[in-house]
Design a protein around this ligand. Structure first.
Ligand SMILES: *[C@@H]1O[C@H](CO)[C@@H](O)[C@H](O)[C@H]1NC(C)=O
Ligand SMILES: *[C@@H]1O[C@H](CO)[C@@H](O)[C@H](O)[C@H]1NC(C)=O
Ligand SMILES: *[C@@H]1O[C@H](CO)[C@@H](O)[C@H](O)[C@H]1NC(C)=O
Ligand SMILES: *[C@@H]1O[C@H](CO)[C@@H](O)[C@H](O)[C@H]1NC(C)=O
Ligand SMILES: *[C@@H]1O[C@H](CO)[C@@H](O)[C@H](O)[C@H]1NC(C)=O
Ligand SMILES: *[C@@H]1O[C@H](CO)[C@@H](O)[C@H](O)[C@H]1NC(C)=O
Ligand SMILES: *[C@@H]1O[C@H](CO)[C@@H](O)[C@H](O)[C@H]1NC(C)=O
Ligand SMILES: *[C@@H]1O[C@H](CO)[C@@H](O)[C@H](O)[C@H]1NC(C)=O
Ligand SMILES: *[C@@H]1O[C@H](CO)[C@@H](O)[C@H](O)[C@H]1NC(C)=O
Ligand SMILES: *[C@@H]1O[C@H](CO)[C@@H](O)[C@H](O)[C@H]1NC(C)=O
Ligand SMILES: *[C@@H]1O[C@H](CO)[C@@H](O)[C@H](O)[C@H]1NC(C)=O
Ligand SMILES: *[C@@H]1O[C@H](CO)[C@@H](O)[C@H](O)[C@H]1NC(C)=O
Length: 673
């Protein structure tokens, strides 16, 4: 079957690179089912929440790193809800909170751009997705690094987004040069002091990690400097009473994460208020995590990409005149935060000195309708769940997906391909597919018979590819970047064949300094400094922890998904899943084509690679072990500049994935076979 596809591909490949690769997609796959819920083509979840949520004196719903995924995950059952469903859900939850006599706050911790078609297919990026996002009436929001790479987006955030949310948009350490005055101004507010509906007095900050890849129109003040600034000290030592500090941040909550600065802010508050509860909400590293800093301070991080909705409940905050500590008819938080022993949280953790009555509950919700309906209504009936505004938002998303051509179909992906759930190049591994795709479509017609090696970095890929329609939208989701293909002709095979090993040894790409971002979406490329901008793919570090446990027995066979371990243990996931395995992948991937059919090796090859790694390729070729003598002047474009990393999968889908078009069979999601 595969060989048939490849033969077909080879037959037509000559024309590919030149004309049909990056044109408009040909088929439209919009299914006109009249179901006014989720996106019409999305799927239902098959497994739902394990139990009702614990409700405390104050409760939070937390989103982070949504990266434009407001349509939800069309081809993954676990995450099929869209932003309209979320709009309905928050309305229901706010009503429920009122009914229980407690507070519910909605928090977002940034990175609204770069990740899916709804944000990335517009100019400027985010123009449509931000307007849709704004249907949620958040109580606190803060800025992410993806709001700051590109000047135009930074200004859009300043002139539009921050104004929509006013006092609620916090950028305690991020300023922008106001184009009207030339003065540096905070993009949002430095802090928010407010009293909740139920009477709790809150001081909130929004602190971006010490990010340095921003365009020059913004300024990120490092946390070490922030905590010494007079306005910050004054806000911490406020003239009015403070019952609870809320530290939001596009910033990992695990304080020993090298890019996290949340610990510094918590420590600075503790110096003045040894006994006041502090609740942090973080993001950026794309994981589910919960960290206990001391007996009155914890931090929640709620994943990424509209896969996870975080829930946090607190009881036992002392406050004059505050109502219900333990709302009735629902479970309540029961656990005291006890920081893990010494080395775990490490590095000079803060500590509250008081004996604490604070009780905390945290939960990571899967982003689907079953979850939302269950928690909003305590039942699994869909009938009364939707609100007019929620349905309207859903419909708007549907119509934008059509007008932006996001649903336009290139082909049917016959199976799911993941980045890390299978060993490198194994069946179902995305890089094995990319290898085939590169050999099939990266062809310069005048040199089509010249043997070639094609090298890309695995970080040029951003997300898994799920079985089902492969659309214009998916071309952003999987491989969005616009790196072109360059080459050096006629390199001795003995030299060219050594390059991959040298690149994978890591000496070259990792050194690249990304603090001066010199191309559009530089930061999301694989050569980024992992500490500055973690992979936008599957999370590093803590995710390994998350995935490595055996889950407890459940009646039905649990579906694959998140299995999280945090400072409260392994019971944080709202829906019980079985773990998705995780295999590490090399930095770079090599494909070959037009090699001698008799199995012999060619004398020379065209060495083809992505433009932004050209200097690493030249250095590798010139290394002592290789013995080349090349310079960048030997490098030229192998294909037109417009044919990029965003073009080759669509090109491949058009030749290899035409079976079943336009009625593509859809799978259940990543990690299921
Ligand atoms: C999802 O479930 C709802 C309610 O049971 C049902 O009306 C709908 O048809 C289902 N959708 C799909 C795609 O199965
Ligand atoms: C979208 O772009 C238009 C034109 O530049 C602008 O007026 C509008 O405010 C933008 N909307 C959002 C939500 O960014
Ligand atoms: C922001 O953009 C939205 C959508 O385009 C528009 O309705 C709104 O007026 C804009 N707000 C500001 C403050 O520019
Ligand atoms: C940013 O850099 C550009 C080009 O180098 C320059 O024209 C502009 O004045 C700089 N802006 C700021 C706020 O420094
Ligand atoms: C807090 O402010 C009060 C005055 O309102 C002052 O007396 C006190 O020294 C301040 N404490 C700190 C730690 O700055
Ligand atoms: C704590 O650190 C010590 C010394 O660095 C180490 O030997 C010990 O195993 C660590 N304990 C834990 C629980 O990590
Ligand atoms: C950070 O702390 C966690 C436990 O809280 C531990 O598992 C992890 O190894 C630590 N990481 C580093 C880099 O110290
Ligand atoms: C905690 O520290 C504060 C300020 O130093 C002090 O007023 C308070 O009595 C201490 N509480 C306990 C239980 O030690
Ligand atoms: C739905 O959205 C449209 C504009 O997109 C607006 O005119 C209409 O009032 C909205 N309806 C509801 C129920 O929110
Ligand atoms: C969508 O595709 C149609 C038909 O190919 C084209 O006319 C239109 O300009 C496209 N729209 C966008 C936003 O790309
Ligand atoms: C060429 O690629 C094929 C398929 O990926 C692989 O099996 C083969 O080993 C490669 N040949 C060389 C010489 O790298
Ligand atoms: C193919 O490569 C040659 C250089 O050998 C170059 O002149 C030509 O522009 C390339 N073709 C395309 C379509 O880029």
């Amino acid at each position: 079957m595969l060989s048939r596809i490849i033969t077909a591909a080879i037959a037509t490949r000559a024309v590919l690179a030149c004309d049909s690769c990056y044109g408009e997609p040909e088929h439209d796959v919009v299914l006109t089912r009249h179901v006014r819920r989720m996106q019409p083509d999305a799927q239902n979840a098959t497994s739902g929440p394990k139990a009702p949520l614990e409700w405390g004196q104050i409760n939070f719903l937390h989103t982070t790193d949504t990266h434009g995924w407001l349509e939800g995950h069309i081809k993954e059952q676990n995450y099929g809800a869209d932003w309209g469903d979320f709009v309905s859900f928050t309305k229901g939850m706010k009503q429920k909170a009122k009914h229980l006599g407690v507070d519910l706050l909605l928090v977002d911790t940034g990175d609204l751009h770069d990740g899916a078609g709804l944000s990335d297919a517009t100019k400027p990026n985010g123009n449509v997705s931000n307007a849709i996002f704004e249907n949620i009436d958040y109580d606190l929001l803060t800025i992410g690094n993806h709001e700051l790479y590109v000047t135009e987006i930074a200004y859009e955030t300043f002139t539009n987004f921050s104004k929509v949310y006013g006092d609620k948009y916090l950028t305690s350490n991020v300023q922008i040069s106001n184009p009207a005055t030339g003065q540096w101004e905070y993009i949002g507010k430095k802090y928010r002091y407010f009293t909740t509906e139920q009477g709790l007095r809150i001081m909130a900050f929004g602190v971006l990690f010490d990010f340095t890849g921003n365009s020059n129109v913004s300024k990120v003040i490092k946390a070490a400097e922030l905590v010494q600034q007079q306005w910050f000290l004054d806000a911490v030592n406020y003239t009015e009473p403070i019952d609870l500090f809320v530290v939001t941040g596009h910033n990992p909550v695990r304080r020993n994460d090298t890019s996290s600065t949340i610990g510094k802010v918590v420590d600075a508050i503790r110096k003045v208020h040894p006994d006041t509860p502090i609740q942090a909400f973080g993001g950026h590293s794309h994981i589910r995590d919960f960290a206990v800093y001391d007996t009155k301070a914890t931090g929640l991080e709620s994943g990424r990409y509209c896969e996870t909705l975080g829930w946090l409940a607190l009881s036992g905050i002392e406050s004059s005149g505050y109502g219900t500590m333990a709302p009735s008819g629902v479970p309540n938080p029961t656990r005291k935060p006890i920081p893990p022993k010494a080395n775990a949280t490490s590095s000079g953790a803060s500590s509250s000195n008081g004996t604490s009555d604070l009780l905390v509950a945290r939960r990571y919700l899967d982003w689907n309708r079953l979850t939302f309906a269950y928690h909003a209504e305590g039942s699994q009936k869909y009938t009364t769940f939707d609100t007019a505004k929620g349905k309207n938002t859903t419909n708007e998303i549907t119509s934008y997906r059509q007008s932006l051509n996001l649903t336009s179909l290139y082909g049917c992906a016959p199976q799911s391909y993941c980045q890390t759930c299978k060993p490198f190049l194994a069946d179902g591994n995305l890089f094995g597919l990319l290898q085939t795709a590169l050999s099939t479509v990266v062809i310069n017609e005048t040199r089509k018979d010249t043997p070639r090696l094609i090298i890309i970095n695995t970080g040029s890929v951003r997300f898994d590819l799920a079985k089902g329609p492969f659309t214009y939208d998916d071309s952003f989701i999987v491989s969005p970047f616009d790196d072109a293909f360059q080459f050096i002709p006629d390199v001795p095979y003995s030299q060219a064949s050594k390059v991959l090993g040298i690149l994978n040894a890591g000496a070259f790409q990792k050194k690249r300094d990304l603090s001066t971002a010199d191309f559009n979406f530089a930061p999301v490329l694989a050569d980024r400094d992992i500490c500055i901008d973690p992979p936008l793919t599957h999370a590093s570090g803590m995710a390994k922890r998350s995935n490595a446990r055996i889950i407890r027995r459940q009646a039905a066979d649990p579906s694959p998904g998140y299995t999280t371990k945090d400072d409260f243990g392994t019971d944080g996931d709202d829906t019980i899943h079985k773990a998705i395995p995780r295999y590490s992948q090399p930095n770079d991937l090599q494909a070959n084509a037009s090699f001698p059919t008799d199995g012999s090796l060619p004398e020379t090859v065209d060495l083809v690679f992505l433009d932004f790694i050209a200097s690493y390729i030249v250095s590798a070729l010139n290394g002592a072990d290789v013995g080349g003598n090349y310079s960048l002047s030997d490098v030229s474009y192998y294909l037109p500049k417009e044919f990029t990393t965003n073009s080759y999968l669509p090109a491949y889908a058009k030749v290899a994935w035409q079976e079943n078009v336009p009625d593509c069979p859809v799978g259940t999601g990543i990690g299921s076979s």
